[in-house]
Design a protein around this ligand. Structure first.
Ligand SMILES: [Zn+2]
Length: 514
């Protein structure tokens, strides 16, 4: 937080605490129900609406309160070292192409589930790869295994390492594979959509320990059933539709909350986040001292078989990429996903316009005033700003042109793959360098509004949504907060970024066709 954009090394220039805008001024601490009860009971005012009530046996009020609370806050502002553990195996033929695989090792307390269930999978992969190495095997590309420190207080270990080695990583890193927690259940995969096909291929080859079908087919069944529920959310229904088509399963877009952030959102390195879950009972233990070994072997993954499954999925992703003839990214998958996001933006413009017109009509006809209970008067809502024309035309055009270029690339790639990729060494290196840096073309050096550290123009955590992702964030968040000028501005900026991405893709296609 004190060295944004550069690594926090010994001689680094540091902000003073008061100038660090990411250190928030209001202390936040989760407390137990026993400590919370007297505070909640001291609130008066209206009864809280259903959505704001907790589950304690008391009547929830929204406040205010006449009670005084005396609180002493003690903060330790001293600087402490964090310890990242980094192990490298140099690639035999492409040592300057790195595949980075990481998981954090620090936990809030014992951290059996978060992070150690993921970290043991990473260690199992490292051990297996070490075994191969002893037999004389070498990966073609370089493997970098990283166990991060300081993730819980703010992704510190991975972020400072990524910032320290930013230039080298942007030259050499072609993939970052992250994991964090892990437990019994279904494969969860999120990341750059150019990696969707790779994840699917790998998931089709790993067997689910409970059902003995592939983890991909088990995930497909899970998506189909979730989408069949009567009150399933539109997003869940859409995923079920994609799964029903029978081909690749969609992967999620990444927001934040784990160590991929610096790699994907700051440096623009194609990234994945992998882990199993959904059948483990971790509801109440997250980030608490109840996340213990004892709890994990009873409710997390009692047989550790999902730890093995994660090591297989992540390990196969790493090894396939390390020894691929040509880096296994598929840009048609990104392009199709982008089309979906742009479609959502159009819907957002339309629904916002409709809601604005309706609100204005209600206000103009005094409907809120006439509807209000005179004994409990409620002021009408503030009038929403008028909505000018929002121009997404540049974005539409960029997405459309990208779709054509992605198809052309895929056709050229398939043709080459069918012939077994007979390529001259220099041509292969040129291809890899361009494919490996494609994701960086999706970043913009000036970053997102109000948070310039985030450079990716397609994926970002929401400004106000914690870990949750906002796709095409410059445009989407501007629309959601009614900053109309900014929406048009970022539509143009995002289109420009997509055009640069497409231009590099066209160069790749030309190289393959040569
Ligand atoms: Zn974690």
């Amino acid at each position: 937080p004190l060295t944004p954009g550069t690594g926090s090394t010994a001689g680094a220039r540091r902000l003073s605490l008061k100038d660090a805008t990411t250190l928030l001024k209001i202390p936040v601490l989760p407390i137990s129900y026993a400590d919370a009860t007297p505070l909640l009971q001291a609130l008066s005012g209206p009864v809280a609406p259903a959505g704001l009530r907790g589950a304690l046996p008391l009547t929830y009020h929204v406040g205010p309160s006449m009670a005084n609370v005396h609180m002493t806050v003690q903060s330790d502002w001293s600087r402490q070292p964090v310890y990242d553990v980094i192990a490298t195996i140099k690639g035999s033929t492409e040592p300057d192409q790195w595949i980075v695989r990481g998981n954090h090792h620090d936990g809030w307390v014992f951290g059996a589930w978060d992070p150690l269930a993921g970290n043991i999978a990473l260690m199992a992969e490292a051990k297996a790869i070490g075994g191969l190495l002893k037999q004389g095997w070498r990966p073609q590309r370089t493997l970098v295994y990283a166990s991060w420190d300081g993730e819980e207080p703010g992704l510190l270990g991975s972020t400072e390492w990524a910032e320290t080695h930013a230039a080298e990583l942007q030259r050499k890193a072609v993939l970052y594979v992250n994991s964090d927690t892990n437990g019994r259940g279904f494969l969860g995969a999120g990341g750059s959509h150019s990696l969707q096909h790779l994840v699917n291929q790998v998931a089709a080859g790993v067997t689910d320990p409970e059902t003995h079908v592939s983890v991909r087919e088990r995930l497909r069944a899970h998506m189909l059933v979730a989408g069949s529920h009567k009150d399933a959310k539109p997003e869940v229904k859409m995923i079920a539709e994609l799964a029903a088509a029978g081909g690749d399963l969609p992967i999620e877009a990444l927001g934040s909350g784990s160590d991929y952030s610096a790699f994907l959102e700051h440096l623009g390195i194609a990234s994945l986040d992998l882990g199993f879950g959904g059948e483990d009972d971790n509801g109440g233990i997250y980030h608490s001292r109840y996340d213990s070994f004892d709890h994990y072997v009873r409710f997390g993954d009692p047989s550790f078989e999902y730890g093995v499954a994660l090591a297989k999925v992540a390990g196969h992703v790493v090894l396939r990429t390390a020894n691929a003839d040509v880096l296994p990214l598929r840009f048609v998958d990104f392009s199709r996903t982008l089309d979906r996001y742009v479609g959502e933006l159009h819907k957002l413009v339309d629904s916002t316009r409709k809601a604005t017109e309706q609100q204005h009509k209600l206000l103009d006809s005094r409907a809120f005033a006439l509807d209000a209970d005179p004994t409990r008067p409620v002021a009408p809502p503030e009038r929403d700003s008028d909505m000018p024309a929002i121009d997404l035309g540049l974005l539409d055009r960029a997405a459309k042109q990208l779709a054509q270029s992605a198809k052309a690339y895929q056709a050229a790639y398939d043709k080459r793959a069918a012939a077994g990729f007979v390529l001259a060494a220099t041509q292969r290196q040129q291809l890899d360098r361009l494919i490996g840096s494609m994701e960086q073309r999706l970043t913009d050096p000036s970053g997102l509004p109000g948070r310039t550290w985030f450079k990716h123009m397609i994926y970002a955590p929401g400004m106000l949504t914690g870990y949750d992702v906002k796709t095409v964030p410059g445009v989407r968040e501007a629309l959601e907060s009614r900053r109309w000028g900014e929406a048009s501005h970022y539509a143009a900026d995002t289109a420009r970024v997509l055009d640069r991405y497409r231009a590099q893709l066209d160069r790749l296609t030309a190289l393959l066709n040569r």
